[in-house]
Design a binder for this molecule. Structure first.
Ligand code: 26M
Length: 832
């Protein structure tokens, strides 16, 4: 009877419409006659979810039956974006659903547009995690993600009329989320505070008791692979008060006190911290980290125990990837479980731990390296602090054996940084607790090995330290966001997209078509339609009319000093001033340009008495006010216009990226670990203007230096230049007159608010840590080369085709297979 009644995949239009209508009537309890687009989206999503569930259940069953070694990707961020379109494409059901909903009187596009982004991440690190989940499922790898189910994702950005960023909460769960499966039966208790007492019975055991206990409840999100039955799981934890919490308070008549404790439990997963690349030291953030790692490990261990193997075989069945240092507490937590609960000797426990974990570093910026104050850790996690001290003692003893008498080295390598207060260096703990450590692009991995972890390479040997260059999923970042280009590629390669989307180096076969005029015309026409699609989007959402006969020049990413959005806006001002000085005849030779910016800045934090530091929020204000002036200037507005698009998101990126002719990736050399949007633009045939940094370098290696526009100083020069800024400063008028002129125009009030920008401009005039004054002239020269190249449109389109053709390396399928083979030692498992 069960077999007979089991649900199967919907594969024909009539069963799709049937399931859609069924959800309208039952799950949504609505009448077909007054169903709006939101209702239609929900019905479609629920129907697609039913299909995903068939595969998801089958996948889980196979994993349980075959008990392969599995990998777990621990990330505090999963920047998933929308799901419906992606799920339909991966299932291969998009056309049939489109047909079905149209028969019911809806448009697929309108329905897709109803979905809110799942924006549980800040930027690159979170989106990378999402791409890796897509690739794991698509490559049939047994990989699960673990994260937090934040009630509020990354804040919504509003821009005030003066150009200030305002932040509003992102209540993404306000409409029911059809993509999550609440698993109220999967729950673990997580302890905070209390006291830890060593047993001193000849074992390393201790007992941790007292304090506060909170419940972690699982919510599962299905992750469908592309054209495969494999459908993996992303498990997100929600915090809840433990049932029967603080009964004493109730009995004592302290109702409010008891409710407060329930609030503090719920607060743990309430909001994603929005400050990337800066550590903040907030207790609640540390609570998030422990809550999530403890629940995830408990879940992983329970699943391992079901296999029935001795705990010493744990690393033969489990690999855990630490996405940055945020989950580093998993290392002392697994030690605690093995020692205090599994009664293992220290050495055995350490052996298990160091064969289980893998650590990926995502930045070498000093201010981004996580450190936690010892007193805070002692208070919140007393047993973990003991374990960290023990790890450190044994570690430093072994360093001392290898480098006897080298006190400096011991100080440099200690997990504990001396100071007031002492702090735990999380990147060091993650490194020594892991089997392998990697950076995210060749240059970055080299920098990790020669700077922040140099001593560790000398001590542990180079083979522990590697590189896995980041990747992006071509499903979302080509097939989904650029369907016309995807179709052209399939037609041209004469192969179904099911093949090349999973074997992206096949794009190389496009190379000869760069010489085919008819193909180039189609290629260029698609870019043009994507520009019009973006212009339409901006028209509808912001009421602005954009010149689609211009070159589209795009910089979209989190605002940060090292990413140098200021360099870009100062370059725009330079162009504006140059245009203002041109004769009509000269202007005739200029190709119009539209410059787009989008990105969020970390919210300002106010500390009493400390002035709010000059930062990227002022850059947004400058961009908005420059736009106001130049877009209204009749002398120039046909040749140069500028837009700051508010509330950058994955969905907005999906419209912007396919429309770009040129995109900017202009970080100070050595600061952008990899970058991943650079890959997305190039995959969609946009050319790259950038510094010799991060994955830009490897992109240029693939597509050829003649197809990218590089400028600026190289990484080895940066240290010296900074030294000179500090000890032999040269006035900016002397060093870079062009830049000085631009800065002076801003100071003089050409864009209003003169005094507002002074702190921002002064970071360039004095100190100039990110070397704008060193790179400005070569930046302007590179922009001129871009103009020049764009004049020869035939050659430009050839460059565009060649760029896409050579981007195969940057599929996240390649990256995830490197992790699977060289790090985790896991294999694909077909679900049939
Ligand atoms: C820290 C403390 C409190 C709150 C948040 C943070 C935090 C959040 C995100 C710190 C760093 C975060 O991310 C760093 C990051 O996104 N790095 C980027 O990783 C990408 C994927 O590897 C790379 O492509 C980018 O170059 C790198 O900047």
């Amino acid at each position: 009877v069960w077999k007979e009644a089991m649900r199967d995949l919907d594969t024909d239009v009539s069963s799709i419409t049937k399931s859609f209508v069924n959800h309208v009537q039952t799950s949504l309890a609505r009448q077909p006659y007054n169903l709006d687009n939101l209702g239609a989206y929900q019905a479609a999503a629920l129907s697609v979810r039913d299909n995903l569930l068939v595969n998801w259940n089958e996948t889980s069953l196979q994993y349980t039956r075959k008990a392969p070694k599995r990998a777990y990707y621990l990330s505090l961020e999963f920047l998933m974006g929308r799901t419906l379109d992606n799920a339909l494409l991966n299932l291969g059901l998009k056309d049939k659903y489109a047909d079905g909903v149209e028969q019911l009187g809806f448009s697929m596009e309108d329905i897709l547009d109803q979905e809110r982004d799942a924006a549980l991440g800040n930027g690159g690190l979170g989106r990378l995690a999402a791409c890796y989940l897509d690739s794991s499922a698509s490559q049939e790898l047994p990989v699960w993600g673990y994260g937090l189910r934040y009630k509020y994702g990354i804040f919504q950005q509003l821009i005030s009329p003066e150009g200030n960023q305002l932040e509003a909460p992102d209540p993404w769960l306000d409409n029911q989320n059809p993509w999550e499966l609440p698993r109220l039966d999967v729950a673990y208790q997580v302890r905070f505070y209390g006291h830890a007492d060593r047993l001193n019975d000849g074992t390393p055991r201790a007992v941790w008791a007292g304090g506060q206990e909170v419940l972690a409840v699982a919510y599962d999100v299905m992750i469908p692979g592309c054209y495969t039955k494999t459908t993996n799981n992303l498990r997100l934890w929600e915090s809840k008060p433990k049932r029967g919490f603080d009964l004493n308070s109730f009995n004592a008549g302290n109702y409010e006190g008891a409710v407060e404790s329930s609030n503090s439990a719920a607060a743990i997963t309430s909001v994603l911290y929005p400050n990337d690349h800066t550590t903040f030291g907030k207790e609640l953030r540390l609570k998030q980290q422990y809550f999530w790692t403890a629940a995830s490990l408990a879940d992983i261990i329970r699943r391992f125990k079901n296999i029935g193997k001795p705990i010493t075989e744990f690393p033969d069945y489990v690999a855990i990837q630490l996405n940055d240092t945020h989950p580093t507490l998993a290392i002392p937590e697994l030690m605690r479980i093995l020692i205090d609960e599994e009664d293992q000797p220290w050495a055995t426990a350490w052996q298990i731990v160091t064969n289980t974990f893998f650590y990926t570093n995502h930045t070498v910026l000093p201010e981004a390296l996580e450190k936690w104050p010892v007193p805070l850790l002692e208070h919140l996690l007393p047993r973990h602090m003991q374990i960290i001290y023990d790890i450190n003692l044994l570690f430093l003893q072994s360093v001392e054996r290898k480098f006897p008498g080298d006190r400096d080295r011991l100080g440099r390598m200690s997990l504990i940084e001396e100071g007031f207060p002492k702090q735990v260096r999380m990147a060091f703990l993650a490194s020594i607790g892991s089997r392998k450590v990697n950076g995210v692009a060749e240059l970055h991995s080299d920098l990790v090995k020669t700077t922040i972890l140099k001593d560790f390479v000398e001590f542990e040997g180079i083979s522990k330290f590697g590189n896995v260059t980041n990747g992006i999923t071509p499903r979302r970042w080509l097939d989904q966001c650029n369907p016309e280009l995807s179709a052209l590629i399939s037609r041209t390669l004469k192969v179904d997209k099911a093949v090349w989307l999973k074997e992206l180096t096949r794009l190389e076969q496009l190379l000869p078509f760069a010489e085919d005029a008819a193909f180039r015309a189609e290629w260029a026409a698609i870019k043009q339609r994507n520009k019009e699609r973006l212009a339409h989007h901006v028209q509808v959402t912001l009421g602005l009319t954009i010149n689609t006969n211009a070159m589209f020049d795009v910089q979209i990413k989190r605002l940060h000093e090292y990413k140098r959005q200021t360099l870009n806006i100062l370059g725009v001002i330079h162009r504006y001033l140059t245009l203002k000085n041109m004769s009509a005849a000269e202007k005739k030779k200029v190709n119009p340009r539209v410059v787009f910016f989008a990105g969020k800045a970390a919210p300002a934090y106010y500390i009493a008495k400390l002035p709010s530091p000059p930062n990227h929020r002022q850059t947004i204000r400058l961009i908005v006010n420059v736009a106001r002036v130049i877009n209204a200037d009749p002398d120039t507005k046909d040749l140069l216009s500028l837009y700051f698009l508010p509330d950058y998101s994955v969905s907005l990126a999906e419209v912007l990226i396919p429309a770009s002719d040129i995109s900017q990736h202009i970080s100070t050399a050595g600061t952008e670990a990899s970058g991943t949007s650079n890959m997305k633009f190039c995959l969609n045939g946009g050319l790259l203007l950038g510094t010799v940094d991060g994955a830009n370098i490897e992109i240029a290696e693939e597509v050829g230096e003649s197809n990218v526009f590089f400028f600026g100083h190289l990484t080895p020069a940066v240290e010296d230049l900074r030294y000179q800024h500090t000890y032999h400063p040269v006035p900016i008028e002397e060093k870079c007159p062009a830049l000085a002129h631009v800065l002076n125009q801003v100071s003089a009030g050409l864009f209003g608010d003169a005094d507002v920008y002074e702190p921002l401009l002064n970071t360039i005039r004095q100190g100039d840590h990110y070397l704008l004054s060193d790179d400005f002239d070569s930046y302007i020269a590179a922009l001129a080369m871009v103009d020049e190249a764009y004049l020869d449109r035939t050659e430009w389109v050839k460059k565009s085709i060649r760029t896409t053709a050579k981007m195969g390396k940057f599929s996240s399928d390649r990256a995830i297979m490197e992790y699977a083979e060289s790090y985790w030692n896991i294999e694909p498992l077909s679900v049939v």
